[in-house]
Design a protein around this ligand. Sequence first.
Ligand SMILES: Nc1ncnc2c1ncn2[C@@H]1O[C@H](COP(=O)(O)OP(=O)(O)OP(=O)(O)O)[C@@H](O)[C@H]1O
Ligand SMILES: O=C(O)c1ccc[n+]([C@@H]2O[C@H](COP(=O)([O-])O)[C@@H](O)[C@H]2O)c1
Length: 223
Amino acid sequence: MKRIGLLGGSFNPAHEGHRRISLFALDALGLDEVWWLVSPGNPLKPSRGMAPLSARLASAGRMARHAPIVPTAIEATLGTRFTADTLARLVRRFPNDRFVWLMGADNLAQFHQWKRWRQIARTLPIAVIARPGYDAAARSAVAMGWLGRFGHSPGTARRWTRWSLPALVLLHTYPDPTSATARRAADPDWHRRRLPRAARDRVTRRPVPPEDTCLPLPPPPAP
Ligand SMILES: Nc1ncnc2c1ncn2[C@@H]1O[C@H](COP(=O)(O)OP(=O)(O)OP(=O)(O)O)[C@@H](O)[C@H]1O
Ligand SMILES: O=C(O)c1ccc[n+]([C@@H]2O[C@H](COP(=O)([O-])O)[C@@H](O)[C@H]2O)c1
């Protein structure tokens, strides 16, 4: 059984904040791996300004180097966009592994707008990681009116596989102010820049998603 953290995101582009919170979650939750689910398109975000999936996945690949972080385009492979649908498929495909959903405090603030968000919380534990500027909004989030009842203390976070669902833990680490919005403001053409040759070959000569950066999906278990 593997203990796997799932960090869904636009990764437009991937940045040090993603890496840092993933490394922190690996330790705080005792994970074997963190999978980055690079979204084909966040249902709540406009597609305008969104770099192609191949460029975002390539940026994730670079940012995840030499760490137990697996960048994936699993939602493009599965044909899902809503997290509830993705998770239902993932837990069926990987019955021997255990998953925990990771997200920054900004996502918790709007979690009640996600499709079947209570169902998500009934599918796997949720670990929210503090983010500068969003922690008050996260604590007073609409979703917390319900989810807050199922809170666990950070000191018990490594025992998440034994929690009954729903389960929520709010984790604090050294605050990281990095954001993709700031990255795009500083470098709007980041996805048009020439990549080092090896990375360019990986992302441009293959259909999206590039097979070698996309987590292979095993066949579904026999009924
Ligand atoms: N610096 C950070 N601290 C804590 N969580 C973060 C940080 N950066 C990103 N995250 C979390 O990582 C996940 C994916 O984030 P995303 O790819 O949207 O990056 P972003 O920096 O929030 O992007 P944007 O600025 O375009 O909204 C989300 O759950 C988000 O809350
Ligand atoms: O399922 C939904 O309704 C839903 C609505 C908004 C965001 N999400 C997911 O939230 C994750 C974070 O998205 P983002 O763009 O804030 O990085 C990503 O996996 C999205 O697919 C999911």
